[in-house]
Ligand binder design. Structure first.
Ligand code: NAP
Length: 259
């Protein structure tokens, strides 16, 4: 299927690795020019170069912390006018309810709530003026089924979900869609880090922690960044213009609800 976005321009945040990179690659495969971002320049430049070679699209790489105001300004200046925005950043650390103080919540809100809101506010007016735009926020299954050790993530991402629910409907008539993609368990560095934490906390091997996590997924495996990227590219496509304010779950069947 031709997704109808060849020649469009996308900003994909936090995209040198993992799910962000999966989204960037899937958009590049559709002929979308990219602005990529991550903090570490080595992996970012390697990803940018691999995508240029594989898909012959324009790729600009901006090494900056997207959760800081300075980083956002730098990325937005390099991005200029974009048709597609994919927001993403690292997830907050796991812990217990008694661990989290005000500073921890503020850091999580900055990364996973106020950063996507700032980027949306900066780029929405241009998309609305041009009568076409796609915004996809990478959030988490945690907004549908909160994960106890990820309380900071549960809290910040639930706030973003509420924000998107309202704003997506306020701007729907302008040709701009805003939706959230909710990853369940995907095989990335983030998951490897969580396996390490479980291994240390439970006194089991990382392999055992991974096996226990896999057993929670009816599909019997973790998702891949490629699969996640494909879903993102479709949500960003011309074909998905009637999808407004939705929370699309990709979790191999792990969430047990009927809807
Ligand atoms: P990942 O494999 O660890 O990749 C994270 C990417 O984001 C890297 O490119 C990293 O590069 C970049 N990044 C992190 N913090 C950044 C910042 N402040 N500014 C700019 N770039 C930043 O993580 P992932 O698994 O793809 O996860 C992506 C998001 O989905 C996270 O918020 C995660 O919590 C959420 N999520 C993931 C899963 C899963 O199973 N993987 C499930 C639910 C939710 P640098 O480190 O060089 O900056």
């Amino acid at each position: 299927m031709d997704l109808g976005i060849k020649g469009r321009r996308a900003l994909v945040c936090a995209s040198s690795k993992g799910l962000g990179r999966g989204c960037a690659e899937a958009l590049a495969a559709e002929g979308v020019d990219l602005v990529l971002n991550a903090r570490g320049s080595e992996a970012l430049e390697a990803t940018a170069s691999a995508i240029r070679q594989a898909y012959a699209v324009e790729v600009i790489a901006v090494a900056a912390d997207i959760t800081s105001e300075a980083g956002q300004a730098e990325v937005l200046a390099a991005a200029g006018e974009v048709d597609i925005l994919v927001t993403n950043a690292g997830g907050p650390p796991p812990g217990m309810w008694s661990d989290w103080n005000r500073d921890d919540f503020i850091a999580a809100f900055d990364a996973n709530l106020l950063t996507p809101i700032a980027l949306i506010k900066a780029l929405l007016p241009g998309m609305m003026d041009r009568g076409w735009g796609r915004i996809v926020n990478i959030t988490s299954v945690a907004v549908k089924a909160p994960i106890p050790v990820l309380g900071l993530s549960n809290t910040a991402r639930s706030g973003l979900t509420g924000y998107v629910a309202g704003v997506s409907r306020q701007v729907a008539g302008s040709g701009v869609t805003i939706n959230n993609l909710l990853p369940g368990l995907h095989d990335t560095d983030r998951l490897a880090m969580l396996d390490k934490v479980d291994s240390a906390a439970q006194g089991i091997s990382e392999e055992a922690a991974r096996a226990a996590r896999t057993a929670t997924v009816p599909a019997g495996r973790f998702g891949t960044a490629d699969e996640f990227g494909s879903a993102c590219a479709w949500l960003c496509s011309d074909k998905a213009g009637f999808v407004i304010g939705q929370n699309v779950l990709l979790d191999g069947g792990a969430f047990p609800g009927s809807m």
